[in-house]
Design a protein. Structure first.
Length: 392
């Protein structure tokens, strides 16, 4: 969001000069003493220099910690004094806090309570800029991420959407920040428009990808994405499946949710679920196939059974290419070849041929299918037989 840079009037200039002077005093406090101490060490005996250098480094570290603490507290204390100032002054202060970086985070979080939506929105943007900058620099950015998580409860949809967008750029992964950010995002899953809910899933997915790459658990993210499969928006449900795929959430919970999604009213959701099940199933056939078989035998929807046959066929094809046994897939496909629905039977014949299945029982079953009451099934069986015999 581009910022409007304001030209300060005389009163505002005076106010900012006062702030700058006070802050500079805190920033400069003790520098003279440190310079003098460094000079003293230079005059010391050579044998003592390593020890004195270590002591100097320790003093500098302690000094920086104290300096940062006082600077942060000072900046936060200024926020209440802005209550009666015009919004233009408050926004200038937000700009100032963004420019000084991490030290201004606490004060920006305090600015999130401002009555002005515009001020809160710019404070959120500033927190995002600081958080992203600190993340790229490899420094701690928990305070910025936690502040953004708090902004997800803002009454303004604009502020809320900005907080979601900034969290997508910041992408916190530390245990400290995740303890605040993930629950806040999960609560926000049902908030606002379908577009906003879709954005929340995007951020959860981005965080989940980072966790997965770092070898960290994605179970909480996975469960939140599975919950997204119950959203009333087709787009949100489809996106939830895509994010489950991206974070590589290959677990029984995920498989069960995706198999259930094969019964979704929306074709786009069913198709995406099928694609992700195939992706997971190719490498985890032993885990996912029994669940697919159970659904094939017990699901009342012919459309769902048709999709399950597709998934089983793709898994079987992957097994054949690896030189592995296709038995775990062939048996349920032979059952599907006897399904009450002609489209399911036709699809089963197609998949057996495309694998191509190696079991002798397959040719026997396909020969019987040549007498099926459906012309489409008979044609599919004939083509399957030809493919199998060609690949023998």
């Amino acid at each position: 969001m581009p910022k409007e840079r304001l030209v300060p009037n005389a009163g505002t200039k005076q106010w900012f000069w006062m702030l700058t002077i006070i802050t500079s005093l805190f920033l400069g406090l003790g520098i003279g003493q440190l310079v003098q101490f460094r000079g003293a060490t230079a005059e010391a005996q050579n044998a003592d220099l390593p020890q004195l250098a270590d002591e100097l480094d320790a003093l500098k570290t302690d000094y920086k910690k104290i300096q940062a603490k006082w600077r942060t507290e000072l900046l936060v204390q200024i926020v209440p004094t802005l209550a009666d100032q015009p919004n233009s002054v408050k926004r200038q202060y937000v700009d100032f806090l963004e420019e000084i970086g991490n030290s201004g985070t606490a004060a920006l979080v305090a600015m999130l309570q401002d009555p002005s939506k515009r001020v809160r929105e710019e404070a959120v943007e500033a927190l995002g800029e600081i958080g992203e900058h600190e993340r790229k620099a490899g420094r701690n950015y928990d305070a910025a991420a936690i502040g953004l998580a708090g902004a997800l409860t803002d009454a303004s949809d604009d502020v809320f959407r900005e907080a979601v967008a900034e969290l997508g750029d910041v992408r916190p992964t530390s245990p400290e920040s995740l303890a605040f950010v993930v629950p806040a995002l999960i609560t926000a899953q049902t908030k606002g428009s379908s577009s906003a809910r879709d954005d929340v899933l995007d951020v959860l997915g981005q965080i989940g990808e980072d966790l997965s790459e770092n070898g960290q658990s994605t179970d909480t993210i996975r469960d939140a994405l599975i919950a997204g499969l119950n959203d009333n928006s087709t787009k949100v449900r489809t996106n939830a499946i895509s994010e489950l795929s991206d974070i590589q959430a290959a677990s029984p919970e995920t498989f069960a949710a995706l198999i259930q999604a094969l019964s979704d009213d929306a074709k786009s959701v069913r198709s995406r679920a099928e694609s992700v099940l195939i992706k997971f199933g190719k490498n985890r056939a032993a885990s996912i196939t029994p669940m697919l078989v159970d659904a094939l035998l017990n699901n009342q929807s012919a459309t769902t059974r048709w999709h399950i046959v597709d998934v089983l066929g793709a898994i079987g094809e992957a097994l054949v290419k690896k030189g592995a046994s296709d038995e775990m897939v062939v048996k349920p496909l032979l059952v599907a070849l006897q399904d009450t629905d002609a489209n399911v039977r036709r699809n089963a014949a197609d998949e057996l041929g495309e694998m191509p299945a190696k079991s002798p029982d397959v040719i026997t079953a396909l020969n019987l299918a040549l007498k099926d009451s459906s012309k489409n099934v008979r044609n599919a069986a004939q083509k399957a037989i030809q493919r199998i015999e060609k690949n023998r």
